[in-house]
Design a protein around this ligand. Structure first.
Ligand code: BJ8
Length: 430
C-alpha cells in the first residue's frame, strides 16, 4: 500500500482536497496513456516509480535536504544554469507545469489569452497544488518571452521569492557581455542565499554532474534513430520531463541503464512499432509534465515520435559545458558560452534553430515534422513560418499545430494528425 503523505502535504500548505483530486486524475491519465503502452523497456519501471512518487518520495527527499540546510531553487528555463545551483549545494527543480489546473484563478491575474504554461504555473500555486513551489527558497525567472517576463512580476507578488535574470534578445558581443554579467550576478545571489562559496572544485564537480546528465540524454536521443525505435516518444518525453526534478546523479545512472537495454533491443531488432512505421519529429514550445497530449495522439495513431526539438528535449542537452577551466571566473565564462548556444525563439535572429531542425530531421530519419506551439506563444508561433520553409525545402511533410492543455480539441487534432500520417505513409510506400 502506498505511503500516506497527508501530514507532509498539509505541513507544506497544500490544499489537501484539491490535491487528492489532482493525484487521482494524474494517476488515471498515466495509466491510460503510459501503462497501456505495449512492449515498453524494463528500464521504464524506474520512471513509472518516479511518477507514482512525484508528490511523495521526491518531496520527502527535498524536505530532508532542506532540513539538512540545503536551499531549493526553482527554475523555468534552460538558460538558468543548474551548475551554479549544484555548486552551492542547492537542489534545482524545474517548475514549469503542463496541466490545465487553476486556470480560473490564474485568469484573475493574467489575461485569458496567456499561454497555458504560464497560466499553469500560476494556477498550480494559486490552487495550492504544487509542493515544489512551496518548498523553494528562490524562484528564478528570466526575461525571455513577454508573457513570462510580466508574469514573474505577478508571481513575485504572490510568492515573494522571485529573482529575475536578464537574458538579452540578441547574441552579439553586447548581449554576450550582458549575459556573462547576469550569470555572475546569479552566482553572487546564490552564494549570498546559501552562505556557500562557489569554489573551483565545486563548480568543476557541478559541471561534470550536469554534463553527465546531458550525455545520458544525448545517448537516449541517438538511440531513437534506430528503425524501429527501441522506445516510444511518450517514454522518451517522460524521461526528459523527469530530468528537470529528479536527483541528477541518480537520474543519469537510471537513464544510462535504460540506454544499455535499448542498445540490446536495437541489436535484437526489438522496437515499439513495426519497422517502417511513420517517424515524426516534434519541434516548438516545451511540453512540461504532464503534457503528453500530442505524443499520445501521434503514437495512438500508429506513428513514433523520434525526437523533440524543444526545451523538454534536445534544446536542453544538445551542447555540453566545456569542463576545461582553471578558475571560477573562467568557469562562469564557459557557463555563459554554453547557455547561449540554446536556440530559443525569443532570440533574434535565431537561425541556429533552423540548422538544428535540419540536423535532427536527417539524423533521426524523420518522415515528417509537426510544429507544436502553445496558443499565444508568440515566439514559436511566429518562428513556425521559417521552420516550415526549411522543412519544405527538405521535401519533408510539415504540419503546424497550435493548442493548449485542455482536451477540448482532442478530436480535431486526432483527425489532423491522422490525415498527416496518411500522407506520410503514402510517400513512404511510393
Ligand atoms: S529557452 S522555450 S524554457 S523561454 S510557451 S512561456 S516561450 S509563451 S517556455 Fe521557454 Fe526558456 Fe525559451 Fe525554452 Fe513564453 Fe512560449 Fe509560453 Fe514559453
Amino acid at each position: 500500500m502506498a505511503k500516506d503523505y497527508t501530514q507532509m502535504w498539509s505541513g507544506i500548505g497544500l490544499n489537501l482536497k484539491a490535491h487528492e483530486g489532482l493525484l487521482a486524475v494524474l494517476g488515471d491519465a498515466y495509466k491510460n496513456i503510459y501503462l497501456a503502452q505495449k512492449n515498453r523497456p524494463k528500464g521504464m519501471d524506474y520512471f513509472d516509480f518516479v511518477i507514482s512518487e512525484v508528490h511523495g518520495l521526491r518531496i520527502e527527499e527535498i524536505v530532508e535536504a532542506k532540513n539538512s540546510g540545503k536551499k531549493v531553487i526553482g527554475t523555468f528555463c534552460v538558460y538558468v544554469p543548474e551548475e551554479l545551483v549544484l555548486a552551492v549545494n542547492g537542489v534545482c527543480i524545474g517548475l514549469c507545469a503542463g496541466a490545465d489546473v487553476g486556470a480560473d484563478e490564474a485568469e484573475k491575474y493574467v489575461p485569458r489569452n496567456t499561454c497555458a504554461l504560464i497560466k499553469a504555473f500560476l494556477g498550480f500555486k494559486l490552487a495550492g497544488l504544487c509542493p515544489y513551489v512551496e518548498l523553494t527558497d528562490l524562484i528564478v525567472g528570466e526575461t525571455t518571452c513577454d508573457g513570462k517576463k510580466k508574469a514573474y512580476e505577478i508571481f513575485d507578488e504572490i510568492t515573494n521569492k522571485v529573482y529575475v535574470m536578464e537574458l538579452p534578445n540578441k547574441k552579439g558581443d553586447d548581449g554576450r557581455r550582458m549575459w556573462r554579467n547576469e550569470i555572475k550576478r546569479f552566482a553572487d545571489k546564490l552564494q549570498e542565499l546559501t552562505g556557500n562559496k562557489i569554489t573551483l572544485e565545486k563548480l568543476s564537480e557541478a559541471s561534470k554532474i550536469v554534463n553527465a546528465k546531458r550525455k545520458a540524454l544525448q545517448r537516449l536521443s541517438a538511440l531513437r534513430a534506430a528503425d524501429p525505435s527501441p522506445i516510444s516518444g511518450l517514454d522518451a518525453l517522460l524521461i526528459n520531463q523527469v530530468s528537470f526534478y529528479d536527483d541528477p546523479i541518480r537520474f543519469t545512472a537510471k537513464t544510462n541503464e535504460l540506454c544499455d537495454e535499448l542498445e540490446a533491443r536495437i541489436k535484437a531488432g526489438t522496437g515499439v512499432t513495426e519497422k517502417g512505421s511513420p517517424r515524426v519529429l516534434i519541434s516548438g514550445s516545451p511540453m512540461a509534465i504532464p503534457n503528453w497530449k500530442l505524443h499520445a495522439i501521434i503514437e495512438g495513431s500508429g506513428a513514433t515520435v523520434v525526437g523533440e526539438e524543444s526545451c523538454v528535449g534536445e534544446r536542453n542537452f544538445r551542447t555540453l559545458m566545456d569542463e576545461n577551466f582553471a578558475s571560477v571566473e573562467q568557469g562562469i565564462d564557459k557557463l555563459s558560452e554554453r547557455t547561449l548556444t540554446v536556440d530559443c525563439a525569443c532570440f533574434t535572429p535565431n537561425t541556429e534553430r533552423l540548422d538544428n531542425i535540419k540536423e535532427m530531421v536527417k539524423r533521426l530519419d524523420a518522415d515528417g515534422v509537426i510544429h507544436y506551439a502553445l496558443q499565444f506563444c508568440t515566439p514559436y508561433m511566429m518562428e513556425a513560418f521559417k521552420v516550415k520553409k526549411v522543412v519544405d525545402a527538405m521535401e519533408v511533410p510539415f504540419l503546424r499545430i497550435e493548442t493548449d492543455y485542455s482536451m477540448e480539441d482532442m478530436g480535431q487534432l486526432t483527425t489532423r494528425v491522422a490525415a498527416f500520417l496518411e500522407m506520410i505513409q503514402t510517400r513512404v510506400n511510393a
